[in-house]
Design a protein around this ligand. Sequence first.
Ligand code: NAP
Length: 244
Amino acid sequence: MRLENKKALVTGASRGIGRAVAELFAVRGAEVWGLGTGEPPDLAGRIAAAGGKLHWISLDLSVLETVEETIKKALEESEGFDILVNNAGITRDNLAFRMDLEDFRSVLDINLTAAFLAARTLGRWMIKKRAGSIINMSSVVGLHGNGGQANYAASKAGLIGLTKSLAREWAPRNVRVNAVAPGFIDTGMTESLPAAVREKMLEQIPLKRLGKAQDVAETVLFLASDSSAYITGQVFAVDGGMFI
Ligand code: NAP
């Protein structure tokens, strides 16, 4: 699958899954704009080695008032995006009775509301162009729920509703919107979990290993590429068979 002559915006591209997506896209021929709160990661060198280029947008997605304006600027600079990957996400886990409102809101803001704003900003352009692919990074937790993650599960379930609604609205203009629901992927987000929790998770994975960021990136690549031209409004679980 190639992404030649395509321009892609990937949020949360500094590490983990987003970083793997940005790198894979560039290797497959896309011009990539990564987004994160800090400085660009050092993958710029690896992308250059593959003949690609990484542009960087420094933006804190929790500051919702700035999201549309910043992405509009990137849109002008790039002269249009063909692909958006709404991947940035956070967790603020706690049992529901102990979860304070700020931790509920901040997860919803970054994981869901910022994704809506980014999709709407780029969606306008894609609709005019009659082409585009948007991929929202949900989670198996958004499909099945998880104790201690009411905020995170609500944001990820919300992304699925957003995906299906935008897919229905924009399909007549050939803009596709899909979601990916990873299971337990070995990244910074999961490395702090206690060994006992990781062991218990492994027992529930028929493929008997944690997922790699690359496993998720390959699915995102498929959904971004023309190989999935007739697919919209779907949720793809990448979970080693956790929920067969
Ligand atoms: P990660 O390693 O923690 O990386 C999170 C990314 O999101 C980073 O690039 C981070 O950028 C960015 N981000 C966080 N807050 C941001 C903010 N306020 N503004 C802009 N960017 C922000 O996470 P990951 O495991 O790769 O997860 C990526 C996505 O997959 C998330 O949406 C996550 O919910 C989802 N997911 C992960 C798993 C898993 O097992 N790992 C499972 C299911 C779903 P900075 O470096 O700038 O902070």
